[in-house]
Ligand binder design. Sequence first.
Ligand code: SAM
Ligand code: SF4
Length: 330
Amino acid sequence: MELLKDKFGRKFPYIRLSITDVCNFKCGYCLPNGYKIDKGDPRKFLSKEEIKRLATALSELGVSKIRLTGGEPTIRKDFYEIVKILKQNSGIKKTVITTNGYKLDKFAEQLVESGLDGINISIDSLNKDKFHKITGHDRLNEILNGIEKLQKLNFKNIKINAVLLKGVNSYTKDFEVWADYLKSNQIDFRYIELMQTGDNLEYFKKYHISSKIFINYLNENNWIIQTLGRDSGPSKNYINSEFKGKFGVIAPYSRDFCKSCNRLRITSRGDLRLCLFGNTGINIRHLIQRDDQTEELKDLILKQLHFKKESHYLELGETGLTNNLSVTGG
Ligand code: SAM
Ligand code: SF4
């Protein structure tokens, strides 16, 4: 069942759902001054009942995977309940999350018990000082301990993301530290190219660097590119038989990036976003207030898909509605 298709033939089995804009970190590229309440938008974040209705409708439209993101999704008190609802009562096959991992150390067991299918953890550097400089927090050890706990509990689908930052974590020695980590850890590590958002132009100009520098390193060190699965993410993955883990690259500025787009986004206040950087942000919240609105909601989402553009036009500096990725969830 693949009902969500756009006019360019792309299919959308995958939704990224932000469940809060709140975050406790201060990543320089995202929320350098920390989270601030948006006084212009008094709407509350989606409730778990609204999320359940939304996920049920999406599964009926052929969506098989939902990624919970934020802000920091694990900050929500009802976070585990939301995962359980998606796992047990929505028809969605895979529920995964993206997190800064600050709670992993304490909550690894609970996470595994919740039935979660996969976790992406953001770690921009394995160097304590660099990590602190980028995120504003000294919590690297707790996060790494949390990952070890997940591994001991035999949790398999662990990915680590780092934003590639010129002169910070873009040196060959940074790549080698990660390679060392992947020797013995069955984890996918991916560099994401820094993206320009409405808020971060100065930061972007200072720190953006093409991921070619990392791809060259991979090519020179016997890493071989892999083909992608149907609901896989935007990462190009590389394998090397001497390593338990994989490397990957997410390069939003690459020419064909949007051709393989397979996801839509929904913000924490229920705005459907057809693209991370789109200018369209229609609200669908009024159609997740009652169980009998499912058909109307499905109809609206299907109609909206006609407006999805072919590309994000980021290379032209078009950042659309996205001031920072804490709202749309990266
Ligand atoms: N707080 C969680 C975290 O950091 O993993 C989830 C939300 S965060 C917005 C999702 C992802 O977006 C993170 O991996 C983060 O590094 C990435 N991100 C945020 N701003 C970015 C930017 N300007 N360019 C590239 N990636 C960015
Ligand atoms: Fe928070 Fe994630 Fe943004 Fe960092 S990238 S400030 S952890 S929302």
